[in-house]
Design a protein around this ligand. Structure first.
Ligand SMILES: Cc1cc2nc3c(=O)[nH]c(=O)nc-3n(C[C@H](O)[C@H](O)[C@H](O)COP(=O)(O)O)c2cc1C
Length: 172
């Protein structure tokens, strides 16, 4: 093994990828790879990193909740489109797809075509002036298609969309 010292950003580039999600806030959608599990206890929680320039960020300043929708590789066109157009310029539910779906608990809309929808109550916004501001949400309701498997999700990082991949060991 021959290691070379690199710039700090190379440390981020070396990471394998993050689950790609569609974040719904009120009636808008944003594609996000800056997404992670946050906590199991006292309640299951997730966090998502949003850039302040986005319409989603603006909406989150007044929203009580958000949706996390898991897309599949065959939804790449939707993923790329909602991740390149701002809700300030275009209503993203105006096309045939994606289709809005009402949540059981939250006010923000969900996406019908995504096999998994997490309804999240916004509980914290991390005060940090970096490129992404992190929003933490408690999962208050979940909808999962019976045929969904984790392999059906997409991983993304630094311009690469990946399928989830093989399990090479089960256990801890
Ligand atoms: C693959 C992919 C991943 C992205 N990840 C993020 C992200 O993690 N955070 C973010 O703020 N924007 C991310 N974006 C960009 C937003 O989705 C994009 O700026 C979107 O148009 C913002 O929409 P809005 O202005 O309606 O909120 C990503 C885009 C793509 C295509």
């Amino acid at each position: 093994m021959t290691k070379t010292e690199k710039e700090p950003v190379a440390g981020l580039a070396a990471l394998p990828g993050f689950p790609l999600v569609l974040v719904t806030v009120k009636q808008n959608i944003l594609t996000a790879a800056a997404f992670s599990f946050f906590s199991f206890q006292p309640t299951p929680a997730v966090m998502v990193g949003i850039r302040p320039a986005t319409y989603t960020f603006e909406l989150l300043q007044h929203a009580k909740d958000f949706g996390i929708n898991i897309p599949t590789p065959d939804q790449l066109d939707i993923v790329r489109w909602v991740g390149s157009v701002s809700g300030r310029e275009e209503e993203k539910f105006n096309r045939e797809e994606p289709t809005p779906m009402e949540g059981a608990v939250i006010e923000s809309v969900l996406i019908q075509e995504c096999p998994v929808n997490l309804e999240c109550k916004l509980v914290h916004q991390v005060q940090y002036t970096g490129s992404h501001h992190w929003f933490i949400g408690n999962i208050v309701a979940v909808h999962v298609d019976e045929e969904y498997q984790r392999d059906d999700a997409i991983m993304y990082w630094f311009g690469e969309y990946r399928r989830v991949g093989e399990i090479f060991y089960k256990g801890r």
